[in-house]
Write a protein that binds this ligand. Structure first.
Ligand SMILES: [Zn+2]
Length: 131
């Protein structure tokens, strides 16, 4: 269950941050969930609650926002999102489920190069903390 691994990673990073800041609770937390990361939100939220508890950290409210994927061409520097591509639903689904599949289907819309990097849209990021 990678939701639990992700939640644990977030809780660990937050507890380190809280320790450094000398606080035991956060008023607000904003997490960015990559569009390419297939995560069951319900499972993730459950896992996050448990992980935070294990780390003795209290979070009053949090928000989970979706971060759109961003690809960057290594050949010409052009960047684009998943929505800019004419992909079938089937392929789109495959890419959401397995980001590595992007390399089989995605080409730079400007120069056609298959050599690109995923600049954003994978994993989970802590976007903001209020305490
Ligand atoms: Zn290009």
């Amino acid at each position: 269950m990678h939701e639990w691994a992700l939640a644990e990673a977030v809780a660990l990073a937050l507890s380190r941050y809280a320790k450094q800041a000398g606080i035991g609770r956060l008023k607000r937390l904003v997490l960015g969930l990559g569009e390419l990361q297939a995560v069951d939100r319900e499972v993730f939220e459950l896992a996050l609650g448990e992980s935070l508890k294990l780390h003795g950290l209290e979070v009053e409210s949090y928000e989970l926002v979706t971060e759109e994927a961003l690809f960057e061409c290594r050949a010409c520097g052009f960047s684009w999102g998943l929505g800019d591509l004419a992909l079938s639903d089937e392929v789109r689904e495959a890419i959401h489920f397995l980001p590595e599949a992007a390399y089989a289907y995605v080409r730079c819309p400007r120069c056609g190069s298959p050599d690109f990097s995923v600049a954003r849209g994978r994993g989970i990021r802590i976007l903001g903390v209020v305490h």
